[in-house]
Design a protein around this ligand. Structure first.
Ligand code: ADP
Ligand code: MG
Length: 341
């Protein structure tokens, strides 16, 4: 018998963390938002039970990226979902390993596509479940010890909102959407990619080592976590008051703490933060795990070009490859784009 094989297309976004870094695995607070850069998964069921996975962005000479997809399918089955064999075709605009969470975008696109295939509607409760499924896929199957912020941001993001996450109970994090009306107040959020690449799952150790240091109670590492949690609380208040200068100062202070106490910055990130704030940005910080990746800068919309040009010039003066800038806005979370066809 020839079964019809309807395709489901699902999309899941990358994320920028506005403030609250390396707090998710430390029972702390963070404030990410979903962005326009996203991964789409086109999914068709197979009758032979096999998984066939292709990606336009597959890293050359590295088959391990497929583990992210296998992990999601295994964890969905473990959660009781009757997932058949699948053809999965991926395409992404999120830079891989760039700190905007291409890994969570990939996981959440696949999980959301499977929900579409099984006709399981996604309310917030199920979105939370899928975020946890995807987090486990990454920690238990890929071996990258991520804390869960990225998957929650990708699943629960909403246009015009950041997502306040409290990991006090790490297995059932509490979330609240926080309106982030920066554009209404003439501001822009500029993401700048250092073009320095980290590798969380590489065992190069930086990220996993910080986790161990926190568990061991290293005073400087835990001081970062404590002060960063305070800064997230203050940032939520500043946003509610539309006190953008205060928010910017908190972002820059967060960067200093990540640079000096947590020691996860690199010279490229520090240069961008210094140059951007020197050129009139309200605040700037590294976003994501560090060791490369991106900065996020809060800047008056009509000064964004000045900041970009200043950063490009500072990079050029050091003969570093020109950084890549993206203006981002808080966008929607993962969604099924189409079913059938
Ligand atoms: P980040 O999440 O910040 O982009 P990670 O190191 O967590 O960085 O994840 C990057 C890895 O995720 C890539 O090296 C690759 O294995 C996998 N990955 C992410 N997106 C894709 C994609 N579209 N196609 C294939 N692999 C991907
Ligand atoms: Mg990642």
């Amino acid at each position: 018998m020839h079964l019809p094989r309807p395709a489901v297309v699902a999309r899941a976004p990358g994320r920028v963390n506005l403030i609250g870094e390396h707090t998710d695995y430390n029972r702390g607070l963070c404030l990410p938002f979903a962005i326009q850069l996203a991964t789409t998964a086109t999914i068709r069921p197979r009758t032979d039970g096999r998984l066939r996975i292709t990606s336009a962005e597959a890293p050359a000479g590295d088959a391990h990226w497929q583990e992210y997809v296998v992990g999601v399918v295994v964890e969905l089955r473990r959660a009781g979902w009757d997932v058949p064999g699948l053809d999965v075709v991926l395409a992404s605009t999120v830079p891989l390993g760039g700190g905007l969470s291409s890994s969570a975008a990939l996981e959440c696109a696949v999980a959301t596509g499977v929900a579409g295939l099984l006709r399981i509607p996604l309310d917030d409760g199920r979105r939370r479940t899928l975020a946890e499924v995807c987090r486990r896929a990454e920690t238990d199957h890929v071996g990258a010890p991520t804390g869960g912020m990225d998957q929650l941001a990708s699943m629960l993001g909403a246009a015009g909102h950041a997502l306040l996450v409290d990991f006090a109970d790490p297995h059932t994090p509490a979330t609240r959407r926080v309106p982030l009306p920066v554009a209404d107040d003439g501001l822009a959020l500029l993401v700048t990619d250092t073009r320095v690449r980290h590798a969380l799952a590489d065992g190069d150790g930086g990220y996993a080592q910080r986790r161990r240091e926190c568990e061991a109670g290293d005073p400087r590492r835990t001081r970062h976590v404590r002060t960063e949690n305070d800064r997230v609380g203050a940032a939520v208040e500043a946003i509610a008051a539309r006190a953008w200068g205060r928010l910017g100062a908190l972002m820059t202070a967060s960067h200093a703490s990540l640079r000096d106490d947590y020691e996860v910055s690199v010279p490229q990130l520090d240069l961008i933060v210094e140059t951007a704030t020197g050129a009139g940005a309200l605040g700037s910080r590294m976003t994501g795990g560090g060791f490369g990746g991106c900065t996020v800068t809060l800047v008056a919309a009509d000064r964004a070009d000045v900041v970009r040009e200043a950063v490009d010039a500072a990079y050029a003066a050091r003969d570093w490859a020109t950084p890549v800038h993206h203006l981002v806005e808080p966008g929607p979370g993962a969604e099924v784009l189409s079913v059938g066809g």
